[in-house]
Design a protein around this ligand. Structure first.
Ligand SMILES: Nc1ncnc2c1ncn2[C@@H]1O[C@H](COP(=O)(O)OP(=O)(O)O)[C@@H](O)[C@H]1O
Ligand SMILES: [Mg+2]
Length: 201
């Protein structure tokens, strides 16, 4: 039959729900698997030299359709002179996507999200900032704990931030978070720049 009948619409709607629920479940399974590996000390990183500006650029391309669909401005910026760092590129991408996923989840239409990479003397600093709901002061100390999720969190396992922090820790780095309710949130990742014979590698 040509055109959209009521039945077609129901089928399409059903398929959309199945698709988003499958995504949600597969994300949950991935997070639980990562969590149990981390918990058992079995998560192994595959280090290589990573070009952070290139990675940040790729992630921007990957997420710009979502930003457009949600009416959120996504700004990507990195210092082109950043040194290469030694990292597990896939795990680092996972962390950044996790942080951006949170930023999208807690930011309304017309909000802004910034992904920025810069260097300080000994570290590369990658920062994800949003103009979303923010986090209450008393909650801020808890959000990185495993399984902690805010009442306002519609989806997710509450594992994203704790997995991310652990992955960054395995890189000898650290993760910091600032947030103000009603203003927004900023998460910063600090990754060491390795020096060999006095030169950056
Ligand atoms: N960008 C953000 N803006 C506001 N709240 C956030 C943000 N990122 C994280 N949070 C809070 O921290 C909690 C834990 O985050 P996370 O570990 O990623 O779990 P999940 O996304 O599964 O809820 C969230 O449930 C939310 O309450
Ligand atoms: Mg999350």
């Amino acid at each position: 039959k040509a055109g959209g009948t009521r039945e077609d619409e129901l089928v399409t709607g059903g398929l959309d729900i199945i698709e988003s629920e499958t995504d949600r479940l597969s994300q949950l399974v991935d997070e639980l698997l990562d969590f149990s590996k981390l918990d058992a000390g079995r998560l192994e990183l595959a280090f290589s030299l990573v070009d952070v500006p290139r990675l940040v650029q790729q992630i921007g391309i990957l997420l710009s359709p979502r930003a457009a669909r949600l009416g959120i401005k996504l700004h990507i910026h990195s210092d082109p002179m950043l040194p290469m760092i030694s990292a597990d590129e896939n795990r680092l991408r996972q962390v950044l996507i996790n942080l951006l996923d949170n930023a999208f989840k807690f930011t309304n239409e017309q909000g802004e999200i910034v992904l920025n990479a810069r260097a300080s003397e000994h570290e590369v600093v990658i920062c994800v900032r949003d103009t979303g709901s923010g986090i209450q002061e008393h909650e801020l100390g808890m959000v990185m704990k495993k399984f902690y999720k805010g009442k306002n969190s519609p989806t997710g396992s509450g594992l994203g931030l704790s997995i991310s922090e652990e992955i960054i820790r395995l890189h000898q780095g650290r993760m910091e978070m600032d947030s103000e309710q009603g203003i927004g949130t900023e998460v910063r990742i600090y990754l060491p720049i390795h020096h060999e014979n006095g030169r950056e590698i």
